[in-house]
Design a protein around this ligand. Sequence first.
Ligand SMILES: [Zn+2]
Length: 369
Amino acid sequence: MMTDLEKEVIHSADAARRVARQTLAEATAGKPHKGQRAFGWKDAEHVEEREAELLQIARSDILKGKKVETVHEEWTRLKVRSPQTPPGKTIGYSSVRYVLRNPRLCGYRSYVPQEVRERSGRVDPVEWLIERTDGTPVVGQWETIYTPDEWRELIDVLDARKSTGRGRKVGSTVTKRLMTGIARCAKCGTGLSSGMYTRGTTSYERYGCRKADGGCGSLSRSGPPVADYVEKILLGNLKKQAQSAKSTEEEDPELTKAKKTVKQIEADKAEARQLRADDELSLAEFAREIRRLEDKEREIKEKVSSLSAAPVRAGSAAARIVREWKNYTVDMKREEMQKSIESIMVKPAGKGGAQRGAFRPELIEIVWK
Ligand SMILES: [Zn+2]
């Protein structure tokens, strides 16, 4: 026997599939969804006053800390039904979550490719917003219930609860994306969260620093160019290891030399300090000497860290990874990345922004383990 919730989920998955049949071109033009009306609207364009009011009250209550479960209980008492609710029933919990997250509420248009819907059943539309080529969301031609800021604020609160395990679902079915947990905001250090966006006929990951995760909120970057860059460097390191299989046992002679130089500089600094203490060096001479040694030290330490960057692994294993990389799944790539990469620091682009321009590798810094 199926539960009511399961029936409802299946029922609305059918509805979702119907909706997905419309063309992406229509979606990109901001045309309203066809087919069944959405909760909050009486048709494709016009707001249903009572439902819109319920959504507005729910939003402000949730921002004050009310749980979605409590909103669901209240709506159940009010005998609220969604267009997908089976006859004789009231709205289900997952539908309440769904209608509150609907980008349509603020006029944003989402488009989930049919094959994704078929694979995953109910998909979070927040992750499938359509963007214009300038990176701004496509805005639909219908009456709205929230402003974009109000909607985003609600989504951030709901997502923050999900990630701290406070709501009902912890999102266990969500597959990890390539760089989540690895990519961080270089400005505030917060781990970047990611979402899927659709532009034209392609969907891509976008990573951002979010205030809801305790971050500064000043960073948003398209994922694929960053991933390509990081993969290229990682594979380059692995190739190097594969070519010098003996590197598993022996330290790079250049690294040994650099480490020795660091020691020498430390000794020189100690000597300069001693000379100063004995008054053999004037304060000006001492200052100059220390600065010269510190400049040299900084330079050589950078060299040491770049030479010891690639963690040493058996040459044959490295060669195999390089060979098979193109067949690796996202999970496998993540696993391999995490073996040698501590984090990928993504720097904000500063004034003007890099989102529209070409990829700028200087905004990415890989911190090796
Ligand atoms: Zn940040």
